[in-house]
Design a protein around this ligand. Structure first.
Ligand code: CA
Length: 719
C-alpha cells in the first residue's frame, strides 16, 4: 500500500469534528463537500474536489477506462474559449457533473462537465493595474470547495466565497494590505471548515504569511508569518524569535524596513492522521542576501529562516511544529513553494511516511513528514550552486563562486531564478512508485548591484543587476544560448534517488501533470501539444495539436460512467513573459489561445482553424540618443520593464513587443502610457511613482536602439 490510506482513515475517528461550522450552514447539505468527502477524495474517481486531487496532493486518479491500450482513440469532446488572453494555470474542480475553473484575472467559470454547456461565470473585477504587482503574469491556479461554496483568491488579495450553484458572492474579505505589492494566485485549501490561503510579492518587498479564514463568514482565524519583522520581543511566538536570530542586521526593522519575503504563494498539503498542514515558503526580499541580512561586513550572513523552507503547522491554530530549510541563506530566488506531495513507501527497509518536493534549487527532497527529518536530496536537473546535500546535517554543500553579494564578478548559476521546476504540479503513480516532474534547465547570470535601495512603489527590485545578463544582440549567440534551454518530463524514483526515465521536450516551461491508474501520464507542452505517456516507460502514446502552449495541469473525472480528461490551455507565466520571442517564433509560434480542452474516448470534435499570427514589421525610428541616455534606459528597463516585456526588449509572445510599439516614435504617446497610465486597465500601470519622465523617455530610446539592432540582423535571421 503505497498510497496514503485516507479512505480507511475516513472511517475512523476524524482528527476534527465534522459539521462544526456555524449555525445555519450545513456543509454536507445538497451533496456539498465536507470533511469526509475530502478525506475520501483519493478513492472518489468521478470527482476532482481539491486542487491536488486529495490532501496528499498526489494528482493520481484511480480511473482506468482510458488506458495505455486505448488512449490512441482519445478525441476532443468539447472545448470552451476563455475571455482572457493571458497565462492559464488553473486546475479545474469537478463535482457531480459540473466543472469549475479559474482563468487569468481571477475569473471563475462553471460548465456542464459532459456537454460543455456554460452554467455561470464570475468576474471579481480585479483592477487592471494590479498586474504590475505580479511577478509572473496575472494567473490563478484554482478554487477550493466546502459545503455548497467555492473559494477564490483574487490577484488583488481578496478571498471570495461563491455559491456553487449560481456563482453569487456569499462573502468576500481582503486578506492583504492592498497598499503593498501582495498578490494572490494560488488555490486555497479547506481543512475542517477553515479556508487557507497565502500570497505572493517577494520580488516587491512584502512580508510573507499564510492565514486561515472561517468558511462561514470569512473571519480570519489565524495568521502565520514566515519571517520576522525585526520587532520580536519576549511576547512574540518562539518560532519567530528563533527565526530573528538567523537574520543579521536591522534591515527588517522600522518604517523603512524590508518585508523580508518568504511568501507562501502555492504549495500546501495535509496529513489528517498527523494533523499537520505543510506549506512551502518562498524566496527572500530582496533576493540578494547581502542587502537583506548584511551581517557585520555587509557581505551577507545568516540562514534567514523560514525562507525557502517547508514548514509543518497545526491547521486548527496555525501553530509551528517543524521546518526544513532547502536553501539556507537563500539568494537566488530559490523558493520552496513548489508542489509538496505526501506518500508512504519503504526506504532502507523501513516503511516511511514521506513528504516530497522538487523545489527551484534543483534537488529532489524526501523528508520524514512526521518529524521533518532529512531522508535524501539529489539533483533532478543540472545544478552548479551546490555539489550535494550533507546527509548528516541536510544542508547543501555550496559552491562559493555562485554566491554574489553587492560587488564582484557575475556568475552563471544553474538552476536560475525560474528553477529546475517551478509551480507546475507534479504527479505520483503509486504502482510505479514514481514522481513525475515537469523539469527544465535555464541557467541565469546573477550580477551584483552596488546601489540597491528599497522601492515599494513599482518594479522588480531584487538586489541584482538583472540587465547584466542580457544577451548581446547577435542572433547566432542568442540561438546558441537558447539551445542550452531544456525541458524534460522526469520520472523520478524517490527510493533509488534517480530518474527511471525522462522525456525531452522542445524547450522549458511545459505543463503540469496527471497520472492515472490506466497507466498514463498526461502533459501539455510549451510546444503546443497535449500528450499522453506510458507511466512505466515514458513512451509517447498519444498527442493532440492544441494550437497554444499549455502550462496548466490536466484533470480527469467521470460523468455517467464516461471518463473525461480536461486541461486548460493558454501559454503564459514567468518564462513565457521573459523568453526571447524572436527565437520562440524561429522554432515554433507559441502564442496564447486560452481555451478549455476536454477529451474522451471516441470523440471526434475539432478545434476551429488556427488563427494566423499577427506579423507586425520591425520598423523603428532611427536611433539618435546618446550612449549615456541609452545606458540609463537599459538600466531602468531591466528594473521596471523586463519582467513582463522580456529582458533585452526581445519581445515575449504573450505581451506587447515594445520594439514594435506604435508609440516608439512619439514621446508624448509613450509618456501617456508609461507616465499617465493610459493602458492601466489592460494591466500596464503608471510608473510615475518610480520613474521620472526623463527616465521613461530614456527607456524609449533604449528600446529604439534595440529595435534598430534587431532590424539590422533581419537578413541574418532569415538564414
Ligand atoms: Ca520569487
Amino acid at each position: 500500500m503505497k498510497r496514503l490510506a485516507l479512505a480507511a482513515l475516513a472511517a475512523m475517528a476524524l482528527p476534527f469534528t465534522l459539521g462544526s461550522c456555524g449555525e445555519g450552514y450545513e456543509p454536507a447539505a445538497n451533496g456539498g463537500i465536507d470533511g469526509a468527502r475530502l478525506l475520501n477524495a483519493q478513492a472518489d474517481g468521478a470527482n476532482w474536489i481539491s486542487y491536488g486531487r486529495d490532501y496528499a496532493e498526489q494528482r493520481f486518479s484511480p480511473l482506468a477506462q482510458i488506458t495505455t491500450e486505448n488512449v490512441g482513440e482519445l478525441g476532443l469532446a468539447w472545448a470552451a474559449d476563455m475571455d482572457t488572453a493571458r497565462g492559464q494555470e488553473a486546475t479545474p474542480l469537478v463535482m457531480d457533473g459540473r466543472l469549475y475553473l479559474t482563468t487569468a484575472w481571477s475569473k471563475v467559470k462553471a460548465f456542464d462537465a459532459a456537454t460543455g454547456e456554460p452554467l455561470w461565470s464570475f468576474d471579481p473585477q480585479v483592477p487592471g493595474e494590479t498586474a504590475v504587482k505580479a511577478c509572473c503574469d496575472v494567473v490563478n491556479r484554482g478554487l477550493a470547495a466546502w459545503g455548497d461554496r467555492l473559494f477564490l483568491g483574487t490577484l488583488d488579495g481578496r478571498l471570495v466565497a461563491l455559491d456553487r450553484d449560481t456563482g453569487a458572492v456569499v462573502w468576500e474579505t481582503v486578506t492583504v494590505d492592498q497598499s503593498k505589492s501582495y498578490t494572490v494566485t494560488g488555490a486555497p485549501r479547506v481543512i475542517d471548515g477553515k479556508v487557507i490561503i497565502g500570497n505572493g510579492g517577494a520580488e516587491f518587498g512584502v512580508r510573507g504569511y499564510i492565514a486561515a479564514y472561517d468558511a462561514v463568514d470569512g473571519e480570519e482565524l489565524w495568521r502565520f508569518y514566515t519571517v520576522p519583522d525585526g520587532e520580536e520581543t519576549e511576547g512574540s511566538p518562539e518560532y519567530l524569535r528563533e527565526a530573528a536570530a538567523t537574520w543579521e542586521g536591522d534591515t527588517l526593522t522600522g518604517e523603512d524596513g524590508i518585508g523580508g519575503g518568504g511568501t507562501v504563494w502555492d504549495a500546501m498539503a495535509y496529513d489528517p492522521e498527523l494533523d499537520l498542514l505543510y506549506i512551502g515558503v518562498g524566496n527572500g526580499s530582496p533576493w540578494n542576501r547581502a542587502y537583506r541580512s548584511p551581517g557585520a561586513d555587509g557581505r551577507g550572513e545568516g540562514d534567514n529562516l523560514y525562507l525557502s523552507s517547508i514548514v509543518a503547522l497545526r491547521p486548527s491554530t496555525g501553530e509551528y511544529v517543524w521546518h526544513y530549510q532547502t536553501t539556507p541563506g537563500e539568494t537566488w530566488d530559490f523558493t520552496a513553494t513548489q508542489h509538496i506531495m505526501l506518500a508512504d513507501m519503504e526506504i532502507g527497509g523501513r516503511e516511511r511516511q514521506v513528504l516530497m518536493q522538487a523545489p527551484k534549487n534543483g534537488f529532489f527532497y524526501v523528508l520524514d513528514r512526521a518529524t521533518g527529518e532529512f531522508i535524501s536530496g539529489d539533483p533532478y536537473v543540472t545544478v552548479n550552486w551546490a555539489t550535494g546535500i550533507d546527509p548528516e546535517t541536510g544542508r547543501p554543500i555550496e559552491n562559493p563562486e555562485t554566491r554574489i553579494d553587492r560587488t564582484g564578478q557575475p556568475a552563471m548559476v544553474t538552476p536560475g531564478a525560474l528553477g529546475g521546476h517551478n509551480w507546475h504540479p507534479m504527479a505520483y503513480h503509486p504502482g510505479e512508485n514514481l514522481v513525475y516532474i515537469p523539469a527544465f534547465e535555464a541557467g541565469m547570470v546573477y550580477a551584483p548591484q552596488a546601489d540597491w535601495k528599497p522601492d515599494r512603489a513599482r518594479g522588480f527590485n531584487v538586489g541584482f543587476d538583472l540587465g547584466a545578463g542580457d544577451l548581446p544582440p547577435d542572433l547566432g549567440f542568442r540561438r546558441q544560448v537558447a539551445g542550452t534551454l531544456r525541458g524534460m518530463l522526469v520520472a523520478w524514483d524517490p527510493v533509488a534517488k534517480k530518474a527511471r526515465w525522462s522525456v525531452e521536450h522542445e524547450g522549458p516551461w511545459n505543463g503540469g501533470l496527471l497520472a492515472t491508474a490506466g497507466g498514463l501520464v498526461f502533459q501539455g507542452t510549451a510546444g503546443s501539444d497535449f500528450k499522453a505517456f506510458d507511466a512505466a516507460s515514458g513512451e509517447e502514446l498519444w498527442s493532440f495539436a492544441a494550437q497554444t502552449g499549455i502550462v496548466a495541469p490536466p484533470v480527469t473525472y467521470t460523468v455517467d460512467g464516461q471518463q473525461y480528461v480536461a486541461v486548460l490551455a493558454g501559454w503564459g507565466g514567468a518564462y513565457a513573459l521573459s523568453v526571447d520571442g524572436d527565437l520562440m517564433k524561429a522554432k515554433a509560434p507559441v502564442r496564447n489561445i486560452s481555451r478549455l480542452l476536454v477529451f474522451r474516448l471516441g470523440a471526434m470534435a475539432a478545434l476551429p482553424p488556427e488563427p494566423a499570427l499577427a506579423d507586425i514589421p520591425l520598423d523603428p525610428p532611427p536611433s539618435r540618443a546618446s550612449a549615456q541616455t541609452i545606458a540609463l534606459g537599459k538600466a531602468k528597463y531591466a528594473r521596471y520593464c523586463a519582467v513582463c516585456h522580456a529582458p533585452g526588449a526581445v519581445g515575449s509572445t504573450v505581451l506587447p513587443d515594445l520594439r514594435r510599439s506604435g508609440t516608439l516614435g512619439n514621446k508624448a504617446a509613450w509618456l501617456s502610457v508609461v507616465h499617465d497610465g493610459l493602458l492601466k486597465d489592460n494591466g500596464m500601470a503608471s510608473f510615475a511613482e518610480s520613474l521620472s519622465k526623463e527616465e521613461m523617455d530614456a527607456i524609449r530610446e533604449y528600446v529604439i536602439a534595440r529595435a534598430n539592432e534587431d532590424k539590422a540582423m533581419e537578413p541574418q535571421a532569415a538564414d
